[in-house]
Design a protein around this ligand. Structure first.
Ligand code: GTP
Ligand code: MG
Length: 256
């Protein structure tokens, strides 16, 4: 199967300097980058290293995924963000999982043997929010199938055919969650491999925690609204609402 590596960048000059020259030559049959409008020399650095760079006409990481797929040829596509969080050594494992039959292959920060960048933090808020969205997605859309431990991580691969079938519309950071939920709904094969998440090498976070969290919540509620409108996945909601109501009845503060 032919392999495409899509590198996603938006002002990541420190990351690309450290990581791109170290990528093995045979990492994929095709390597390309999608840039979100860098002004720090990232684009120029990639071009100097013979990596074609595609510009986005609309902003956002979700749009970058679509631009990457539209301009690539491989049957399997791995998305790599060179900011230090993702270990390039996992790239061949993601391709291998797709070639072994996965529709989506996710580098999980929560499998045994994996690490999340917040594992040493006393209050790992991002990790908890992340896991709450993962729990809900599994309970609602993935019952009776292997549990997916990291529904949100961007370090992942996808078969071109699966991506086109799912046709994700997210502009920004909800793209990965959307792909995972879509794959769960369509009963596609999702395979995870453990990954060690590193710290950011330089530059700045592009998705500030609070606004990104609110966008995730909005996206999640919109998915639920869609389900209820089409009357699919009705029973999990009844069970969740019943559990919340009984929890409230049992635990509510009482005045005697
Ligand atoms: N092409 C493109 N890449 C983007 C865009 N937004 C973010 N990225 C890249 O996507 C990757 C992930 O973004 P980050 O800002 O690191 O998000 P994060 O990993 O949740 O945050 P950190 O914990 O700071 O690493 C980075 O390589 C960014 O440069 C965009 O609009 N277009
Ligand atoms: Mg990052």
């Amino acid at each position: 199967m032919t392999r495409t590596l899509v590198i996603l960048t938006f002002n990541e000059i420190d990351g690309v300097r450290a990581l791109i020259p170290a990528l093995p030559h045979d990492v994929a049959d095709e390597v390309l980058a999608v840039d979100g409008g860098s002004v720090d020399g990232t684009r120029e650095f990639l071009l100097e290293h013979n990596i074609p760079v595609y510009e986005q006409t609309r902003r956002g990481r979700g749009e970058a995924f679509r631009v990457g797929v539209a301009n690539s040829k491989g049957e399997t596509i791995v998305f790599f963000s060179p900011d230090g969080n993702e270990d390039p050594q996992d790239i061949p494992h993601l391709f291998a999982a797709l070639e072994a039959g996965a529709d989506i292959a996710i580098a999980s920060r929560f499998l045994p043997g994996a690490r999340n960048e917040e594992d040493d933090v006393i209050l790992p808020l991002r990790k908890w929010v992340n896991q709450a969205f993962t729990l809900l997605a599994n309970l609602i859309w993935n019952r009776g199938r292997p549990w997916v431990t990291d529904t949100i991580n961007g370090f992942r691969g996808v078969r071109r055919q699966a991506f086109n079938q799912l046709a994700p519309g997210s502009l920004g950071y909800t793209i990965e969650y959307e792909l995972t939920i879509g794959a769960m709904r369509s009963k596609m094969k999702i395979v995870e491999i453990p990954t060690i998440e590193g710290q950011r090498i330089g530059g700045e976070t592009k998705g500030a925690s609070w606004p990104t969290g609110v966008k995730f919540l909005r996206f999640f509620l919109e998915e639920i609204r869609r389900d209820l409108q089409h009357q699919t996945y009705f029973w999990p909601y009844v069970v969740i609402v019943a559990a919340l109501l009984s929890g409230w009845v049992l635990l509510r503060p009482r005045r005697y």
